[in-house]
Write a new protein. Structure first.
Length: 227
């Protein structure tokens, strides 16, 4: 992936290839913050079988896979109807900056607060959504994934705006998600995240070359797509 970072609005390739990469990305980015929920679920099932936690986790990834498929569909249809409007020298820079600013605003909305509350309270979620059996494990995993989507969709949009194939930005977004979900200072975490996203958005709009780690399309600093 290091050689595929085309910066903001990187080409996504084919559907199968992108979804494969997307699932691996979600596993790497989300598992550190969802691990406490999976561990608590495993304990509450009172079984030593690894099957229920694995099915729960599969449901969680299924929810995020649906988001990846939706993102691919939007990108594909957008490319067909709007051509190269997201090219950096056209509207791409402005759309990327505005996306980051919108993500910053979303951090402070009531919907974000509700979804984050579900993600930060594994016991509360599990007790309120408990279903028995393998179908129940899958259902609960999907539902938990859906709450996580509500919590983190704007951060994922920010990743597309910064470079969805950038390992550095993936690690950054994963760190932000972990901070929001795991650290005890909930309000400070969300306000801090909003502030960081706002600064990133302004830099992308005003001085993208000054932003470390950002691959600016057409600047001559992009990693080659092919050897």
């Amino acid at each position: 992936m290091q050689d595929m970072d085309g910066g903001p609005w990187t080409e996504l390739g084919t559907l199968g290839w992108f979804l494969g990469v997307w699932v691996v990305m979600m596993a790497a980015m989300m598992f550190p913050s969802v691990a406490p929920t999976v561990a608590l679920y495993s304990k509450l099932t009172k079984t030593r079988s690894p099957a229920p936690p694995l099915v729960f986790t599969s449901g969680y990834l299924l929810a995020w896979s649906a988001v990846g498929a939706l993102a691919f569909a939007v990108a594909t249809l957008g490319g067909r109807f709007f051509g190269g409007v997201l090219a950096w020298d056209r509207a791409g820079q402005w759309v990327a900056g505005v996306t980051l600013i919108v993500a910053a605003v979303y951090e402070l909305t009531p919907l974000k607060d509700v979804c984050l509350g579900k993600c930060r309270s594994p016991l509360g979620f599990l007790l309120g959504a408990w279903r028995g059996g393998m179908s129940g494990a899958l259902n609960m995993g999907i539902r938990h994934g859906a709450w996580c989507v509500g919590c983190c969709w704007a951060l994922m949009a920010s990743l597309f705006a910064l470079g969805v194939m950038s390992l550095a930005w993936m690690a950054f977004i994963a760190g932000v998600i972990a901070v929001e979900k795991l650290l005890p200072w909930r309000r400070a975490a969300t306000w801090g995240t909003a502030g960081v996203l706002l600064v990133l958005g302004v830099l992308v709009l005003m001085a993208p070359d000054a932003l470390p780690g950002l691959t600016v399309p057409g600047s001559g600093t992009m990693d080659p797509m092919m050897p």
